[in-house]
Design a protein. Structure first.
Lengths: 902, 277
């Protein structure tokens, strides 16, 4: 080892030159150390030279000698340093120096030695910076630049997170499922309310949760491609109140408004969210908190009784598929909702939700129904004017307890009071009457779920649920249309009271296991006891001219039934996975004990139920996939299919079940072929299906101008088939996707009509659709299309056909991120009916948004129903009748709105 | 044993009497230097996502770094829990199929203004030149982690729109690392970029001196069609954008608004120099 010290006087010129070459920056305050490294007098390149403070060996600077062996280091510090020279294959050495001059020359001679050989395999025990396989934790500080107004602004700065102009957040190509705060969530997909209002100040970390499972214990076992974000707060973060106020009103013309206030507070322990809203522009306010009301996903293993409720027996709500419900909904909605999540300890969580929804709705409906079946030929008219008053109160309590990371206990209890009062002013077959329907519902639902993660790949989920629901209905109509049914007595009013009660107790336990090769196994055992009660009684109140002032109770129109059903099922499912295919056979075996009591009469049935199935997926080639499902199913008839005697569902219809504890057998299969995917130029789906209902519930109708008696009957062999194709092609010159839809549905079954007997029905439905959606870079885009549907019913050689069409043209205009406009045009065309020519209805809606992000304010102008179409006549065909229904629509209005976030 | 190559007969054993004229002469004859000659081979595991692992071999000799990344992901070890990655993807998932992929070769020379790499695009291979400025590392961290048997120090650098976090070891005084990264006092043992899709590079094997050949045919590389990185990336972006538009044009309509998003690259690089405004 040798080193040479030299003061830099002699070669000042040279250093100046070198400095020019290597590091042109040279300031007076700095100390520069430079020199040449050599071995046996020859220049040595690639030697690391580092300068450390002698005191704490803190590295000040480092460099590598260049091809001439030269190096240069600079430091702003002064004092004692250690200068180290190190290179593979040479003995490292170090010098302690205390340079006093701005320029210090130190040459070094290295000697062969040191590390001569490296042969190593490095085992990384962990991937330390990934928190678990599917969680990425990001420190907020690394991404803050100081100009963030809200969480959304911060997310925009994180590489890999994609925030759309509408505030939707995507990770890769997936939209996030929810954005939680400390693991708690109020908004699900409505997370914009949070991300656009919450400031970044209290945030500490952002967690990206991939393959997110709602049930923690099923993480990694359940199939999930969901992504969620979790915001973690600083330990000392203060609770922050934030929210938004929105107001919309029409200053001219008809008065329509919408107003809402959101107020929330997120602390580390406690979270609160309050929402109040009101509107009369047709919007269903409760739909904005639907996700908070519903709990538990039916698709998760270990759930039971998720969709169990009392059947709805009388429902006058307009049902217009593919038509914006807000156009017919004359409403006055008010909603107030309070939500809170408390975390008294890390393992215990309390969630509470409560809402009240006093609402008024009215709608107008005029129906002309035409019957033209051989001898039975008549037309009925119904002109309805409904006013409904709804008072719903609902509360939900959720308790979560996680004593250990492997176990979770979850309780959910709900209590609801659902009341509505409906008055319908009716002109039925030109005779006026008034109809009232009162619902006084009460609901309580309790669920306890216990999840236990046996291992990384195995879990046990057990649930028990209790439901009690009462949905009584009081119906009355102050006109007597039924002389032909009950005789010509003088009747002033017809009343019906229905008791519709449900009690349910169910327990299930599921074992789920995912093997290393991806094979998935699920075994479940469930037992349920369900008791449903339906009492109904039709009362005919005597009129002033009646001979006997006596209330009449037609015995054929009264029920006092109790349906008890005890079922035990064993469910098993096994998925075998391979690289290009997977097959899932499944089997459900169960015993059902049912008992039906009507008045004194009792019926019993015990039966074995067997439902096997098989589903499979196969990637035939790298673009094409085939999916299939085959099944055989055995089901028991439900309550409404078993009601022994008639009850009324409105002015004209009396319905009864088949009074037979039948087991319904069906079997079917579907095949889906997919070519390509969404990002391919050509993307196609072909879907075909065939189903045979060996037993099905058909109807026998006794048709009269003033009433229909509909009796359900057990019939044999109904077949259903469908063929559906969707073809997408991205047209390069037009820079947009052209889509063609073709569908054909057909079914063969029987229906019965009193006096005509059994009628074979063949229905055919043809659907054609053609649409174009542009994806232009410009600020202007369009989406347009045309849909055509032909329905036909053929019976006894006569075919009735109806062709309806629908067209739309949507135009979008966007100026930057701040200004957006859209114009939505729609037309509906209804085909020719014997008493009505084809008719077309046009609608046009316009909206413009202006976002003043700086002031967290958004302005909008909305013009609804610009063409002021006041009514809409929908044409429909069924296997026994043709009908047209006219709905009254909300008129044209323009509203101005402002949304302010704080 | 060490072997020293002599340049064309020129030897300067008395560097202390150099003058500027001499140095000028020396610089003009860049080929006439000595090298310390030994090759270092480092093998990295490159994990662009939890679903895939690629092998990347890095050779370092005489200030020249050559990195070779396999075009195919490594077979998954049975022990890892990658079970459900093989979902038969639904129609909503997007996998860009851009044809045959060649291995990625990067050659980075100390004194060259640009590095050269091979990149595949729609089934063809290109020689792409990248004028990457040297990374400015911040080594001012006290964080120390033991990876393997090496004590590693943290350093960070800003690289094309993301922050790189590297752990290097002083024990191996070689300024090399995976992909285009290097310039630290020691060999990079682990590196990742901060963000939602962190790409990881983990050092797996070291061999020194490595006596084998570097499996790169420079002749073949030089015969490839040449592109600057800027034009290559623009080409690739154009293709990806078209794919995105194809997908957007098939998406269900969201009430009233069209949604525009900034592009997010799947690569480590998010924003290139020429894209800054």
């Amino acid at each position: 080892m040798l080193s040479k010290y030299m003061s830099g006087k002699k070669i000042k010129q040279f250093v100046g030159w070198l400095g020019l070459c290597l590091l042109p920056v040279f300031t007076q305050a700095q100390v520069a150390i430079h020199g040449r490294v050599s071995v046996k007098g020859e220049a040595l390149a690639g030697v690391r030279i580092d300068l450390r403070l002698a005191a704490d060996s803190q590295m000040q600077a480092y460099t590598f000698s260049d091809t001439q062996g030269n190096y240069r280091l600079q430091t702003k510090h002064s004092g004692k340093f250690v200068l180290r020279f190190r290179s593979l294959g040479f003995d490292p050495f170090s010098l302690t120096i205390a340079p006093t001059q701005a320029d210090t020359l130190i040459d070094a001679q290295m000697q062969v030695g040191g590390v001569q050989r490296l042969q190593e395999v490095i085992v990384h025990a962990k991937q330390p910076y990934r928190k678990g396989r599917d969680t990425i934790e990001l420190a907020v500080n690394s991404f803050l630049q100081g100009d963030e107004r809200n969480v959304e602004d911060l997310l925009r700065k994180i590489p890999g997170i994609n925030v759309g102009t509408d505030g939707s957040i995507k990770i890769g190509n997936k939209e996030v499922e929810k954005v939680m705060v400390e693991g708690d969530d109020f908004f699900e997909k409505g997370y914009r309310l949070l991300t656009q209002n919450m400031s970044v100040q209290p945030l500490e970390k952002i967690q990206v949760l991939q393959r997110y499972s709602n049930n923690k214990q099923l993480k990694g076992i359940e199939n999930s491609d969901k992504v969620a974000l979790n915001l973690q707060l600083k330990a000392d973060s203060k609770n922050q109140w934030l929210g938004s106020v929105g107001l919309q009103g029409s200053p001219i013309g008809p008065k329509y408004y919408q107003a809402s206030v959101n107020l929330m507070n997120f602390g580390k322990r406690n979270k609160y969210y309050m929402l109040a809203s009101a509107n009369n522009n047709g919007y269903d306010a409760v739909s904005s908190i639907n996700h908070l009301i519903q709990s538990g996903s039916a698709n998760e293993p270990g759930q039971i009784g998720v969709n169990v409720s009392t059947p709805t027996l009388i429902d006058n709500t307009p049902n217009l598929p593919n038509f914006d419900y807000r156009r017919t909904n004359f409403n006055n909605d008010k909603l107030i909702s309070l939500n809170t999540i408390l975390n008294p300890t890390a393992a215990f969580k309390i969630k509470w939700l409560g809402f009240a929804n006093p609402t008024k709705k009215s709608f107008y409906r005029n129906t002309v129904q035409e019957y033209n079946l051989e001898d039975i030929q008549f037309t009925t008219t119904e002109n309805y004017d409904f006013a409904r008053k709804i008072d719903n109160y609902f509360t939900k309590l959720e308790l979560q307890y996680e004593p250990s990371p492997r176990t979770a206990l979850n309780y959910t209890g709900t209590l609801g009071s659902l009341n509505s009062n409906e008055v319908g002013t009716l002109l039925f077959n030109t005779i006026a009457s008034s109809e009232t329907t009162k619902n006084k519902g009460y609901l309580t639902n309790h669920n306890l779920t216990y999840s236990y993660k046996l291992s990384e790949r195995k879990a046990l989920v057990s649930s028990i649920r209790f439901i009690s629901q009462q949905s009584p209905v009081d119906y009355s109509i102050n006109q007597y249309y039924y002389q032909d049914l009950f005789g010509t007595n003088s009747v002033s009013e017809v009343q019906q009271h229905i008791d519709n009660n449900l009690r349910y107790l169910g327990a299930t336990t599921h074992y789920v296991s995912r093997q290393q090769n991806g094979n998935f196994f699920e075994l479940g055992l469930s037992s349920t006891y369900q008791q449903q009660q339906l009492n109904s009684q039709l009362r005919l109140l005597p009129g002033p001219e009646a001979e006997h002032k006596m209330v009449m109770y037609p015995p054929e129109f009264a029920n006092e039934m109790t349906l008890r059903l005890f079922q035990t099922h064993l469910i098993s499912k096994y998925t075998v996975k391979h690289r290009t295919w997977e097959v899932t056979p499944r089997l459900q075996v169960g015993m059902a004990y049912s008992g039906l009591i009507n008045f004194e009469e009792q019926k019993r049935k015990n039966n074995l139920q067997l439902s096997p199935g098989l589903s499979a997926k196969w990637a035939i080639h790298h673009k094409g996939r085939l999916e299939t499902d085959l099944f055989f199913q055995q089901q028991n008839a439900t309550l409404t299919e078993l009601i022994p005697n008639y009850y009324t569902t409105g002015v004209r219809n009396f319905v009864k079940g088949m009074d037979d504890l039948a087991t319904l057998n069906s079997s079917g299969g579907t095949l889906l072929y997919t070519y390509g995917n969404m990002s391919d130029r050509f993307f196609a789906n072909l879907h075909i299906g065939h189903q045979i209902l060996f037993d099905y519930i058909g109807t026998e109708s006794d048709l009269n101008p003033n009433f229909n008696l509909v009796q359900q009957r057990l019939l044999k062999n109904k077949t259903l088939r469908f063929y559906k194709g969707e073809l997408n092609y991205y047209l390069k010159p037009l820079k947009g996707n052209i889509r063609l839809d073709v569908g054909f549905n057909t079914s063969d079954y029987e229906t019965l009509v009193k006096g005509l007997g059994r009628r074979q029905i063949r229905t055919n439905r043809y659907d054609y659709g053609l649409s174009f959606r542009s994806s232009w870079k410009s600020s202007f885009n369009i989406y347009t299309g045309y849909l055509l549907q032909t329905n036909s019913y053929r019976t006894e050689g006569i075919t009735n056909t109806l062709t309806n069409g629908q067209a739309f043209l949507n135009l979008f205009l966007r100026f930057g991120d701040n200004l957006q406009m859209s114009l939505k045009n729609e037309s509906y065309r209804f085909g020719t009916m014997p008493q009505q020519k084809a008719q077309t209805y046009y609608f046009s809606d316009f909206s413009v948004f202006y976002d003043l992000k700086k002031y967290k304010t958004r302005f909008d102008i909305t013009a609804k129903n610009i063409l002021n179409t006041r009514s809409f006549r929908n044409a429909m065909l069924t296997d026994i009748s043709r009908s047209t229904t006219e709905y009254r629509l909300l008129p044209r209005y323009i509203s101005f709105g402002i949304d302010y976030n704080f | 044993m060490q072997k020293f190559k002599r340049g064309s007969g020129l030897a300067f054993s008395t560097p202390t009497i150099m003058n500027k004229y001499f140095l000028f002469f020396l610089l003009s004859l860049a080929t006439t230097v000595f090298s310390y000659g030994q090759k270092l081979k480092a093998v990295y595991e490159y994990l662009p996502s939890p679903m895939a692992t690629f092998r990347e071999e890095v050779y370092f000799q005489n200030g020249v770094k050559t990195s070779v990344r396999d075009s195919l992901a490594q077979p998954k070890p049975q022990a890892t829990d990658n079970a459900n990655d093989d979902e038969l993807s639904g129609s909503m998932s997007v996998t860009l199929d851009l044809g045959k992929v060649y291995r990625n070769i990067i050659i980075q020379k100390n004194n060259a203004a640009q590095l050269l790499e091979t990149r595949s695009f729609k089934g063809s291979n290109y020689l792409v030149s990248d004028e990457l400025q040297p990374l400015v590392w911040n080594t001012n961290y006290s964080d120390v982690d033991t990876l393997g048997k090496h004590i590693c120090h943290k350093a960070t650098a800003t690289y094309r729109g993301t922050t790189l976090v590297a752990y290097y070891t002083n024990d191996i005084p070689v300024p090399a690392g995976p992909y285009k990264f290097g310039g630290l006092p020691g060999l990079i043992v682990m590196l990742y970029n901060e963000g939602v899709n962190p790409h990881y590079w983990l050092l797996k094997e070291i061999e020194y001196p490595y006596t084998g050949e570097i499996p790169v045919n420079e002749k073949y590389m030089n015969a490839l069609p040449k592109l600057s990185l800027e034009s290559y990336i623009k080409k690739e972006d154009l293709e990806n954008e078209e794919r995105m538009r194809m997908m957007m044009s098939k998406m269900p309509l969201i009430e009233g608004v069209t949604v525009e998003r900034k592009k997010v690259r799947g690569s480590v690089e998010q924003v290139y120099e020429w894209e800054k405004n």
